[in-house]
Design a protein around this ligand. Structure first.
Ligand SMILES: [Zn+2]
Length: 119
């Protein structure tokens, strides 16, 4: 049992690190907030560049949220908390961990949290 758990954690760590690196790389290289061009542009130019900025910010904040989740998952791995539901403390099935390596909750708790979020 111990070895199975260890292999799950090793796999998860590798995947989490890879995802984290990928996102950080993208944040540095792809997502550049274009400077708003207020000087010389007409209203439409300005409006368009503001819109582009908003879009870029949205992408950045989405990536940042993902990075936050991955970092938490890695910290939980380190603490031996990985694969344990943060709400009910049940162990999360390996199948779920493979599909969602950064998940912190079991399916039942996740559904409950989503129900609360919708309200
Ligand atoms: Zn749970």
């Amino acid at each position: 049992m111990e070895t199975m758990r260890t292999s799950i954690e090793t796999t998860a760590r590798g995947r989490l690190m890879a995802q984290l690196e990928g996102i950080e790389h993208r944040l540095q290289n792809e997502v550049e907030v274009p400077p708003a061009t207020f000087a010389g542009g007409d209203f439409l130019d300005v409006a368009q560049s503001v819109e582009q900025q908003e879009l870029a910010r949205l992408v950045v904040s989405r990536h940042a949220e993902r990075v936050r989740r991955l970092r938490i998952a890695l910290a939980r791995l380190q603490d031996g908390e990985y694969g344990i539901c943060s709400v009910c403390r049940a162990s999360i099935p390996p199948k779920r961990l493979r599909a969602l390596p950064d998940t912190m909750t079991c399916v039942a708790c996740q559904e409950q949290l989503e129900r609360i979020a919708v309200r």
